[in-house]
Design a protein around this ligand. Structure first.
Ligand code: XMP
Length: 511
């Protein structure tokens, strides 16, 4: 067995959080859909398995199940919420709907100490979210924890190496949650904490050298932290065989291309090919309104332009992308019964028939882990803390058709927002902040004249990995200043609104 954890996903909104918590404890973890074959599980060689929560009921028609053999592999298993009920189902315990769905905080009473609840304070707060519960004392398991409403909240079987909790140890509301996961990984599964970014870098360099050999690899820089860190990693691995390209799509922030070209060359010592393709992107986007179509067209245009570089550099064999774990999850629904949200440019927006072989060294990392890799590689905090910027750029922040005029308007409004974020020292407090331009006009009055112009929306969110996000409660004086400046300084915008939508149910970008 290897020092890593497999998380089987039954559709809980918290599944990715489980993965993060495990990695925070320095154990590598991966999420797979609940119905992955037992062969694949064996090949992965996990040192422990966690069954996530999920919205279903184990007795429900078509409820997600695993092959029963998974529970008999001898690998330590922890079931969380639905995962616990699934264990109960397989070991013939009775599971019944609760009278009232239990949602929110409860106190965990420890009935007897155990490996799973070792060093846990009695009566600590836990987060419950379930409609079913185990309603009969199990035979081969001991019950170690209960709450006022849920008599059987924690079950354990040392003999079978199977454990389960009705609540969610992975969420921050569960006070002792990290300790419970710690106990499962280290006291029960005997794993050794070894997942760190230094080792990740070392092993990635070896892998990259092995795959690329003496051939060339092209990398599109976006100015965001992922592709910048990737450029440093590739350069360290294979030196000048890396061909870094920074395309001006015309859809970047104001002056971004010039500023960043300087920084890449002078601060990071990267010999970047700069290409101005703004006219081509605008032309290709003409009359296009659908967000998904925009993404696909932009993805294809990127590749067409990258191809022109090959004429100057000679044969290129590989294509690098800073795809993150979260991109993979959101774009292709690798993990269970969740829907595809967006074709992120990093993954789904690219045409299928690229001749180059794709290399994605960060495919297993979360954004904060990439930032950690950047720090290890000596990247300055200015780069590390830059807000994420989507590959399709301002095209997905101009709702409806993209035109040069709209891009200019948005760039000017966006520049004001960023300036004031820095003036008010808010830039580093938020995950992302930007302006969206709506194809909606509203009436206003300026001086003594009537205006009839566009509406702009300020979007600011806090997040840890972009998978979930909360709108940021920005100070009123800051909002007042930004709104005032936009309306006064940007011709064509006469009204500013603030977006109060979290993710879910919204997404961060508007398209
Ligand atoms: P959403 O809008 O899906 O965004 O909640 C989550 C994070 O991903 C970024 N994003 C993209 N990044 N290509 C990218 O490279 C894309 O097409 C794309 N769409 C969204 C977004 O800015 C946020 O950080």
């Amino acid at each position: 067995m290897k020092n890593k954890v497999l998380i089987l996903d039954f559709g809980s909104q918290y599944t990715k959080l489980i993965s993060r918590r495990v990695r925070e404890l320095k154990i590598y973890s991966e999420i797979m859909p609940f119905n992955v074959s037992i062969e694949k599980i064996k090949n992965f060689q996990p040192g422990a398995i966690i069954l996530s929560g999920g919205p279903s009921s184990v007795y429900g028609k078509n409820s997600p199940k695993i092959e029963s053999g998974v529970l008999k592999l001898g690998i330590p298993i922890l079931g969380i919420c639905y995962g616990l009920q699934l264990i109960a189902y397989f070991f013939n315990m009775k599971v019944e709907p609760t009278k009232k769905r239990e949602y929110g905080l409860a106190n965990l009473e420890i009935i007897r100490t155990s490996k799973l609840l070792k060093n846990i304070k009695n009566n600590s707060k836990i987060w419950m979210s379930h409609g079913d519960k185990i309603s009969q004392y199990p035979k081969d398991f001991i019950v170690t924890g209960k709450t006022k409403n849920t008599e059987i909240s924690v079950i354990e079987s040392n003999k079978r190496n199977v454990f389960g909790v009705q609540f969610h140890p992975e969420v921050a509301h569960t006070q002792e949650g990290e300790k419970i996961i710690y106990n499962f990984l280290f006291e029960i599964s005997n794993l050794k904490p070894d997942w760190n970014m230094e080792d990740f870098i070392k092993s990635s360099i070896l892998k990259i050298r092995k795959s690329i050999g003496t051939q060339k690899i092209i990398l599109g820089l976006s100015g965001g932290v992922d592709s910048t860190v990737l450029a440093l990693l590739l350069k360290k691995s294979i030196g000048n065989q890396l061909i870094p390209v920074f395309i001006d799509t015309g859809l970047l922030r104001k002056n971004e291309h010039k500023d960043l070209m300087n920084k890449f060359r002078n601060q990071l010592n990267l010999n970047v090919y700069g290409i101005d393709a703004s006219k081509i992107f605008l032309k290709n986007l003409k009359k296009i309104r659908s967000p998904e179509k925009k993404r696909k067209i932009i993805g294809k245009t990127f590749i067409d332009i990258f191809k022109t570089v090959e004429r100057k550099t000679g044969k290129i064999n590989f294509f690098a992308q800073g795809t993150l774990y979260t991109d993979v999850i959101e774009s292709s629904s690798v993990s269970g019964p969740s829907a595809k949200i967006k074709s992120h440019h990093n993954v789904g927006g690219l045409p299928e028939n690229i001749e180059w072989k794709l290399i994605e060294p960060f495919k297993e990392l979360f954004k904060d882990e990439v930032r950690e890799v950047g720090r290890e590689l000596g990247l300055s905090e200015i780069f590390i803390n830059r807000h994420p910027f989507p590959g399709p750029g301002l095209a997905v922040r101009i709702i409806g058709e993209v035109t040069e005029d709209k891009v200019k308007k948005l760039q000017s409004a966006d520049e004001i927002l960023i300036e004031e974020l820095n003036n008010f020292k808010i830039y580093n407090k938020v995950w992302q902040a930007f302006v969206v331009l709506l194809p909606v006009k509203s009436v206003g009055v300026m001086g003594d004249a009537r205006t009839y112009e566009n509406v702009a929306v300020i979007r600011m969110v806090e997040s840890i990995d972009g998978m979930t996000a909360d709108w940021y409660p920005a100070p009123y004086d800051f909002l007042k200043k930004v709104a005032n400046r936009i309306v006064n300084e940007v011709k064509g915008i006469n009204r500013v609104a603030y977006d109060l939508t979290s993710k879910p149910p919204g997404t961060i970008e508007w398209e």
